[in-house]
Design a protein around this ligand. Structure first.
Ligand code: G3H
Length: 252
């Protein structure tokens, strides 16, 4: 195994220049080697990508929150993978449920964006997750399988792929699945990757859990074999909480 945990903060549509002070606090913790054994990643809004890259040390990843599937052209308001990379991103979050809902991104859209991101050299963090209604209807495995198969391009290396399992009903609600359920669903996702890409590939891909991860519950998620980190929303906005979560990561 030996997958190093990835502690990823998704700032969503939050963050003005004043909040760069949070990144300075993360940088200070990195400088004093007080961040735990995991890899850190921050996904600020696109407006702060360049500043984030300047404020963070090079071993902290900077991610965009989506990208367009084309490299350039008449797409008002959109940003290409290469533009985001030039602004400082080394990774991109794709297919977050908020994008799937707010912008009607389908699995095919997410896959096309992932292909563009990979072509530009970005690591792709592909999000999957079921809604409350789908969970109640016992459709979770069907939904996750379909999203994973449809959103991840065939031409990807294990190093450039991260999966984030984010049950929609757990995002920003304070609710979380039980550790037992998370373990089962992450194992399902890894097996599904293995069926398509082979066992060696699947055993290298990091699968993050996201949805109401806090300093108080992160350790119990990180203790699960198939949980390789967290995608953190609200609790990533304050460096103290983000770092507390990072410090609760075990060595792997
Ligand atoms: O991308 C992050 C997730 O949507 C989780 O958000 P949350 O930690 O605020 O629940």
């Amino acid at each position: 195994m030996g997958r190093r945990l990835l502690i990823a903060g998704n700032w969503k549509m939050n963050g003005l220049r004043a909040e760069l002070a949070e990144l300075d606090a993360i940088a200070a913790a990195v400088a004093s080697q007080d961040t735990g054994p995991g890899e850190l990643l921050v996904a600020p809004p696109a407006t702060l990508l360049a500043a984030a890259r300047e404020h963070l040390p090079s071993d902290v990843s900077v991610a965009a929150q989506t990208c367009h599937h084309n490299t350039r052209g008449p797409h008002t308001g959109d940003l290409s993978a290469h533009m985001l990379q030039e602004a400082g991103a080394d990774s991109v979050i794709l297919g977050h449920s908020e994008r799937r809902t707010d912008h009607r991104e389908s699995d095919e859209d997410v896959c096309a964006r992932a292909q563009a991101a990979l072509a530009a050299g970005l690591r792709t963090i592909v999000c999957v997750g079921e809604s409350e209604a789908e969970r109640r209807a016992n459709e979770t495995l069907t939904i996750l399988g379909r999203q994973l198969d449809g959103s991840v391009p065939g031409e990807v290396t294990a190093e450039k792929l991260v999966i984030a399992y984010e049950p929609i009903w757990a995002i920003g609600t304070g609710l979380t699945p039980t550790p037992h359920d998370i373990a089962e669903l992450h194992a399902f996702l890894r097996n599904r990757l293995a069926l398509r890409f082979g066992h060696a590939f699947a055993s290298c891909v990091r699968i993050l859990y996201g949805g109401s991860v806090k300093p108080s519950n992160a350790a119990e998620f990180f203790a699960l074999d198939d949980v390789d980190g967290a995608l953190i929303g609200g609790a990533s906005l304050k460096a103290t909480d983000f770092l507390a979560i990072a410090r609760s990561a075990p060595e792997r």
